[in-house]
Design a protein around this ligand. Sequence first.
Ligand code: GAF
Length: 393
Amino acid sequence: MSAARPALAESFHSAFGRECAGIWAAPGRVNLIGEHTDYNGGFVLPFALPQVSEVAVAVREDRMVQVRSLLNGETAHFSLDGLAPGVVEGWAAYPAGMLWSLEQAGHRLPGLDLLIDSSVPIGAGLSSSAALECSVALAATDLAGVELPVAELARLAQHAENDFVGMPCGIMDQMASVAAQAEHALLLDTRSMGTEQVPFTLAQDDLALLVLDSLAEHRLVDGEYAARRAQCESGARLLGVQSLRELNDDGVAPADLQARLSDEVILRRVRHVLTENARVLAAREALRTGAYAQLGEILTASHLSQRDDFEITVAETDTMVEALLAAPSSESVQPALGARQVGGGFGGCVIALIHADSYDGLLAAVQENARARGFTEPTGFLAHPSAGARRLA
Ligand code: GAF
């Protein structure tokens, strides 16, 4: 047991005056590549972080739920009867929405006392909300004796976020949280929900995956996310396809789009999705064959497509990518092989494929560059592909 778990069990005892029945965890994720493809029937390639949302839980005799967060010290109370969108708001909407979604799907749950903690950075594009939903989903189903396939658990977590919280996300984050495996990235076809575990072990090649949090304040994130989704749906309608993924199946070339879409903005949005889907498959191939220089180029191409076609990057993340790629080579530092902004966009984190021994030098270069431009200094860590959601105790 890690030091955190007995501590969470003890905190549960202090908060609720009794023992918890168990502790469950679900990770945040880094998306190696495949941005804004998941709600277009496309491909994504995320992996799970070691950082997790943890929840200690005990069953109650009634249908009440008390959920306490160690992150802000707040407790929310509600009844499973009469739970509906709008009844619980703020951070507690995520656990409440998850329980609502399970009950909506016909799984009757007991009342619960829950104590939540999380090491997933919040608002950094590392999927702290899916981690919270999935840890609660796993705990509630375990305690109710309900067995669900991981894809169904992920679908119900997405339903909670779409229809209870009101965020029109795709399925990537929830699937990464429940289905990821250590030392692997998860190739997910979001149309068929087929998965493939792709070995992802950079260390044996002296490489590493650096995650840098820009700490840039998110701007209009939810509204802009929904707007991008609506533009993709308009593009699909104009092109007469069910989802933009069909363009990849039909072998449509990016250059062919010009003649078929007169709206310049829609054209660029569609082009991003089309080329990003192709990049995900190329990235999988590069991982399989150990073609890391090529993988780096694919990551950088994804950033440029997000910047120029999908328009979801910000000055802070653009300048971080530039600094990573342009860092002057020295004995202790080599420039990154590739870099890109990750997640929904408008700030959050940048990832970079780097030579492992360049970590300190690249972090310093990015921080100095940010300082020079008057931006907040990014923080960084090396990401190790880790296990998906599980019971800890
Ligand atoms: C957010 C969403 F939640 C995901 O579903 C996905 O669309 C991602 O943004 C962009 O790739 O994390």
